[in-house]
Design a protein around this ligand. Structure first.
Ligand SMILES: Nc1ncnc2c1ncn2[C@@H]1O[C@H](COP(=O)(O)OP(=O)(O)O)[C@@H](O)[C@H]1O
Ligand SMILES: [Mg+2]
Length: 380
């Protein structure tokens, strides 16, 4: 589990360390930095998939706290149980390069796994491909004199450690189901075999649901039941490969009391988003860390309550970080799961709430009411 992150110099975050639990609900006014916090994980995703250069897109100032004049480098540290992965990226011409990339123990004994490089070395080391790392070779890395002697006594141990760290860190997904336009990825025809994982923009929704229907019928039924609660007219999905092209599948469903087939274009925006959320949260093997930005968008209060239940249930087997503006959603979570984001004019601050500070208030008010009354902060 990801226990802690430290962020320095990223977008509106000058310097923050945030402790994380199984379920983390971030609230705050517009512009307080909620999406920027989720952006930290988008950057981690890009770094680990060796797409940093694509991510920066020739504009490093955009991601550095008030630009490179004020902030020449940003650093991120991620502590998974007792292991740490971290890096510092500095502006160099029109891009960011690694000033340093580290792995090691959370206690501080770390090993530098590169410097001056443009894409992460972690996967390369994990796969045993990298012998020469930046300007240092793995022989130096593996020497007992190299600063940081965590469990790296020989190349084999270094590789194993990198493997374990990479497989932890790479199991995160930032999900985004906001697009319900006609060109929305969730509405498109998918490849039947595209079912290894549920894609971050739901582009393989029909293929993934089809796989669940065939291989995990219990979870599939649960998803259909949840959708029926929110959209009573929905009877069931009708999922099968296209008769004309067996490699393709599209989302179809049946309405109660009708034998006509409908497609994804006939779903309301909120229903389509809820279908994506239910698929993500009720599936049998979700990613280890799920990030969601304002998942309540376009959902009615009953659907939001159901969403809260699904988030809570999912947090039993996976870790979640959810940014929200919804008082209804917030009302479903205990105060210790809440992180308040505030922008103090300089930068974003993230604060975990302590239940003992609000015990008196909570006798008379719900958490959402306290937020509305500005007792918790996180309001304009
Ligand atoms: N590179 C940057 N340096 C400083 N502040 C930034 C930078 N990029 C974005 N911001 C600030 O972040 C704010 C947006 O934060 P965001 O996380 O999108 O807010 P929200 O809480 O509404 O999701 C903007 O108002 C802007 O002031
Ligand atoms: Mg936002």
């Amino acid at each position: 589990m990801l226990k802690r992150i430290s962020v320095q110099g990223f977008k509106s975050i000058e310097q923050q360390t945030i402790e994380l639990g199984a379920l983390n609900v971030v609230i705050g006014a517009n512009g307080s930095g909620k999406s920027n916090l989720i952006g930290v994980f988008r950057l981690l995703e890009r770094v680990l998939s060796r797409n940093l250069q694509l991510y920066v897109a020739s504009d490093p100032d955009r991601v550095l706290f008030h630009g490179r004049k004020k902030t020449p480098a940003l650093s991120l540290d991620f502590v998974f149980d007792d292991d740490l992965y971290g890096f510092k990226l500095k502006a160099a011409q029109d891009t960011l390069v690694f000033q340093i990339e580290l792995m090691g123990g959370a206690g501080g004994s770390c090993k530098q796994i590169g410097l001056g490089h443009g894409e992460s070395h972690l996967q390369g080391i994990a796969e045993g491909q990298l012998r020469q790392i930046g300007t240092i070779s793995t022989e130096i890395l593996d020497s007992p004199d190299f600063p940081g002697d965590y469990p790296f006594r020989n190349p084999d141990e270094t590789r194993k450690f990198a493997q374990q760290l990479f497989s932890q860190a790479a199991r995160l997904m930032v999900y985004h189901f906001h697009d319900t336009s006609d060109t929305s990825p969730a509405k498109q025809t998918a490849d039947v075999d595209d079912n290894r994982f549920f894609r971050s923009d739901a582009a393989n929704l029909p293929a993934y649901l089809y796989w669940l229907q065939e291989k995990h019928p219990v979870e599939f039924r649960r998803i259909e039941e949840a959708i029926r609660l929110v959209a009573p007219f929905f009877e069931c999905f009708v999922l099968a490969p296209s008769k004309l092209n067996e490699k393709k599948i599209k989302l179809e469903w049946r309405q109660k009391g009708s034998d006509a087939y409908f497609d994804a274009w006939s779903l309301s925006d909120g229903t389509l988003r809820f279908i994506c959320l239910a698929t993500l949260l009720l599936q049998p093997n979700p990613p280890a860390l799920i990030l969601l930005d304002e998942p309540e968008l376009g959902l009615h209060p009953l659907a939001i309550r159901l969403l809260a239940e699904m988030l809570d249930a999912a947090s039993g087997q996976t870790q979640l970080l959810v940014a929200t503006q919804s008082v209804t959603l917030l009302d479903n979570f205990p105060i210790e799961q809440i992180i308040v984001a505030d922008h103090d004019g300089r930068g974003s601050q993230f604060r975990r709430l302590r239940p003992e500070d609000y015990a008196m208030w909570l006798e008379n008010f719900s958490v959402g009411e306290l937020w509305e009354k500005n007792v918790l902060g996180g309001r304009p």
